[in-house]
Design a binder for this molecule. Structure first.
Ligand SMILES: O=c1ccn([C@@H]2O[C@H](COP(=O)(O)OP(=O)(O)O[C@H]3O[C@H](CO)[C@@H](O)[C@H](O)[C@H]3O)[C@@H](O)[C@H]2O)c(=O)[nH]1
Ligand SMILES: [Mn+2]
Length: 437
């Protein structure tokens, strides 16, 4: 029976991580998850990806980006590339759910994992690199605005020893290593696919029981190219990656190919077009091409999805404005029946090396000085995702391009001012001084 007051939750702050979220969401549906599926997104996610996410997830909830790349506001963070993962903390604001399971967008669910809802906050699996710390890619939590506020306060007071959410959560839930073994999830709920940490005999013994695989580290499944004819990823150095890692990557791409890509074709035209009054998006999806070359900037002559120009999303919040105003985009999600039958049965055979009650919520606090509000640091760029397709190759690539002077002027006119960068008072003062000389 579906349970409406509990949810699986993930996060995607840009269109690239949305590709991971879509595969994760689809894998949960394939495994007949009985809880709601929720994805947190930030204003950077394009209108097209919002529409596609809403076909897989029950709720698409917009939250503000917390970005450590803003060194002025977040001086305590030292890993800017993962600083945006602090946005994860907003999952505690989902107080309409009594309990949730958070899963990183780079995880893949191989079996039904509804039993995780029998666990209590804060349950997580050990990190493969330092087992006295938990990995924050999969955890059970209880939404609470009070906990959310305490976490943000903790971030402001103590920072994060890894510059991102995992260090922060480990120091906040500091009794995890010793207090209660029930809060230690078995490793099969967060199995690192990375060969760097694999204890091979254990993998041979227990790998076939994997329930959730986590593609942690800098190389993500979407960094690889996939050959739809052979059903396998391209290996840069063939024969070097362990077989189990390839099996997981191929599984990810199989779901992407068969269940996610078709969603692009079923989206009505409207979200693909620029929408007047919704022009502050920093992201867009480029067109998948029918030929083998990745798309250039212009439109491609084929029937594949295309999102031209700026995409819709809600207005960015200026620094100092209240931040807790999630917007919900809610279309009818696809049922698990819509998935191809190949993905729907129980735990897949993984080839191993051998053989292969919500609490009352206090009013939210105003944003902390140390937490950056959306997009300010990134107003000068547009992130794009290229989906390039041919008969023998599919690839997802990320591009960042600078805003043209016209786009910059339009953003200024729309009130999206880069206070920390080129529109900083000191820069304007310089220009005035030059002009007056
Ligand atoms: O640009 C980004 C980066 C991350 N994320 C989200 O944040 C998660 C964590 O980032 P990820 O790239 O998956 O980090 P990992 O390689 O898994 O690295 C580890 O370190 C991170 C920072 O502490 C933790 O968030 C992870 O759970 C932990 O496994 C992702 O899955 C996404 O859900 C985005 O939406 N956009
Ligand atoms: Mn991850």
């Amino acid at each position: 029976m579906p349970v409406s007051d509990q949810a699986f939750v993930t996060l995607a702050t840009n269109d690239t991580y949305c590709q991971g979220a879509l595969v994760l969401g689809q894998s949960l549906r394939n495994q007949r998850a009985t809880r709601q599926l929720v994805v947190l997104i930030t204003p950077q996610v394009s209108r097209l990806l919002r529409a596609i996410l809403s076909r897989v997830f029950d709720e698409v909830v917009e939250v503000n980006l917390m970005d450590s790349a803003d060194h002025v506001h977040l001086a305590f963070l030292k890993r800017p590339e993962l600083g945006v993962t602090l946005t994860k903390l907003h999952c505690w604001t989902l107080t309409r759910y009594s309990k949730c399971v958070f899963l990183d967008a780079d995880t893949l669910v191989l079996c039904n994992i509804d039993e995780l809802f029998d666990r209590s906050e804060f349950s997580a699996a050990p990190d493969p690199g330092w087992p006295d710390c938990f990995n924050s890619g999969v955890f059970v939590f209880r939404p609470s605005l009070r906990t959310h506020r305490l976490l943000l306060q903790h971030a402001a007071d103590h920072g994060s020893y890894d510059g991102a959410d995992q260090g922060l959560l480990n120091s906040f839930f500091s009794s995890w290593p010793t207090a209660d073994i029930q809060k230690h999830l078995p490793f099969v709920y967060n199995l690192s696919s990375s060969p760097a940490y694999t204890y091979s005999p254990a993998f041979r013994q227990f790998g076939s029981r994997a329930k959730v695989v986590h593609f942690l580290g800098p190389q993500k499944p979407w960094s690889y190219k996939y050959n739809p004819q052979t059903g396998s990823v391209w290996e840069e150095d063939p024969g070097t990656a362990p077989q189990h890692q390839l099996s997981f990557l191929n599984l990810w791409w199989n779901i992407y190919h068969h269940s996610v890509l078709p969603l692009y074709e079923r989206i009505p035209d409207e979200p693909r077009q620029a929408s007047p009054g919704h022009t502050n998006s920093l992201s867009r999806v480029e067109v998948p091409c029918a030929n083998s070359a990745p798309c250039a900037e212009g439109p491609c002559a084929n029937s594949a999805p295309c999102s031209e120009g700026p995409c819709a999303n809600s207005a960015a919040t200026a620094p100092g404005e209240p931040s807790e105003t999630p917007t919900v985009v809610n279309e009818t999600p696809l049922s698990s029946e819509a998935a191809p039958s190949g993905d729907t049965t129980g735990c897949p055979e993984i080839e191993t090396p051998a053989g292969l009650t919500p609490e009352p919520n206090p009013p939210p606090l105003p944003p902390l000085a140390g937490v950056a509000e959306p997009g300010i640091a990134s107003l000068q760029i547009i992130e794009t995702v290229d989906l390039a397709m041919s008969v023998s190759e599919i690839s997802i690539s990320e591009k960042v391009r600078a805003l043209s002077p016209e786009e910059q002027r339009r953003k200024w006119e729309e009130g999206h001012i880069d206070y920390m960068g080129k529109d900083a008072f000191a820069r304007i003062q310089e220009k005035l001084d030059r002009f007056l000389q």
